[in-house]
Design a binder for this molecule. Structure first.
Ligand code: FE2
Length: 210
């Protein structure tokens, strides 16, 4: 239960998470993991306290637009059709619009929600931004999101161990910030992050990574 004296943003975050949990429990768990990673990584980078809190919120809400995507598509245990892929990719835009309509004014939160699928080489979406237009905050949320997607179990994805995921991410050298990735890898070793997370599903086959 949210405390009666909670700040307005805490109340809004709790409401969004309640909606996410009701829509898709896997989405809910993903948001919690990305938030945890953003909190750890921003503290490890010794960012200012307000940015640490902002990134923790950003991790929690980055995928909130997925509550506008049918759960049957999010949970589909086989490859998505091009049309379904397009619908899922709409979540970045949906999330940004939903937060704006809810009166959200936190620029870091709005930007990371809209841009967390952008990639440094322009291969991302929705705006095909390139490195100069992708902020450090977005790059941090993106790293945490990709890492979470690779290491958490889903009905259609076999979870990777975190060192395997980091190795796979390093191969995306034109897409991700390699300096941040190196720092992230150092942090994961330093905090002795569990090599493998809990498993909700068995007999998974990998459909895609983030
Ligand atoms: Fe996303």
């Amino acid at each position: 239960m949210t405390p009666l004296n909670a700040k307005p943003e805490a109340r809004r975050d709790a409401r969004w998470m309640k909606l996410a949990r009701a829509h898709d429990p896997i989405l809910h768990l993903h948001c919690i993991l990305v938030s945890e990673l953003c909190a750890c990584f921003s503290a490890f980078l010794d960012l200012p306290r307000d940015q640490q809190l902002g990134l923790t919120r950003a991790g929690l809400l980055h995928d909130i637009g997925k509550i506008k995507v049918l759960a049957a598509i999010l949970q589909k245990p086989s490859p998505l059709t091009p049309q379904e892929t397009q619908i899922v990719q709409g979540h970045a835009h949906f999330g940004h619009e939903m937060l704006l309509e809810d009166g959200e004014t936190d620029e870091l939160l709005l930007t990371t929600t809209r841009d967390h699928h952008e990639r440094l080489d322009g291969s991302g979406y929705p705006r095909k931004l390139t490195a100069p237009d992708i902020s450090i905050a977005v790059r941090i949320v993106t790293l945490c999101d990709v890492f979470a997607a690779m290491t958490e179990p889903r009905p259609y994805v076999a979870a990777m161990k975190w060192d395997e995921a980091l190795a796979a991410m390093a191969k995306k050298r034109t897409r991700l910030d390699l300096d941040l990735l190196a720092a992230f890898a150092t942090m994961m070793t330093a905090i002795n992050f569990p090599k493998k997370r809990f498993s909700l599903f068995q007999d998974s086959t990998r459909r895609s990574s983030s």
